[in-house]
Ligand binder design. Structure first.
Ligand SMILES: [Zn+2]
Length: 143
């Protein structure tokens, strides 16, 4: 097959290196798990992958490799974004193994916290970019 796409969440590259994620069912460290599947023309998400070609139009099937996290001990599989929320709750309750009830109770709060952190990060980035433009405009164009 000619068309191959690697679909890996950006944030996954960093935390995985430090092994931050733990299974909430048994406490084992989660491993990165790759799932290969073929997306065919006509599939609902075909254009989602096809547009990554940037000007090149892919013809025919696209082989997509997606990543999620898998527990080597109990086989529990979880997506990266979902596990980020679980990790927040694990940290808050200071334990790795969580019950479904605990997950349910704390998910909304963990999501809100993640949204706040993302907003703060975006604001900081915006300020840095503005400062960079200001510095360039002041010292660069002035001469
Ligand atoms: Zn497990």
């Amino acid at each position: 097959m000619e068309n191959k796409i690697l679909s890996i969440p950006f944030g996954m590259l960093i935390p995985m290196a430090f092994g931050k994620f733990y299974c909430h069912k048994c406490g084992e460290r989660l491993k990165r798990n790759s799932v290969k599947r073929t997306v065919k023309p006509g599939d609902p998400d075909y254009f989602e992958y096809n547009k990554i070609g940037r000007g090149k139009v892919m013809i025919g099937d696209v082989e997509v490799t997606e990543y999620d996290l898998k527990c080597p001990n109990c086989g529990h599989c979880v997506g990266y974004d979902a596990q980020r929320i679980v990790a927040k709750i694990q940290k808050k309750l200071s334990k790795k193994i969580l019950t479904d009830k605990e997950l349910q109770e704390h998910t909304a709060e963990a999501k809100a916290k993640m949204a706040r952190e993302t907003a703060i990060l975006s604001a900081v980035l915006a300020v840095v970019v503005l400062l960079a433009i200001f510095v360039l405009a002041y010292f660069g164009i002035g001469r």
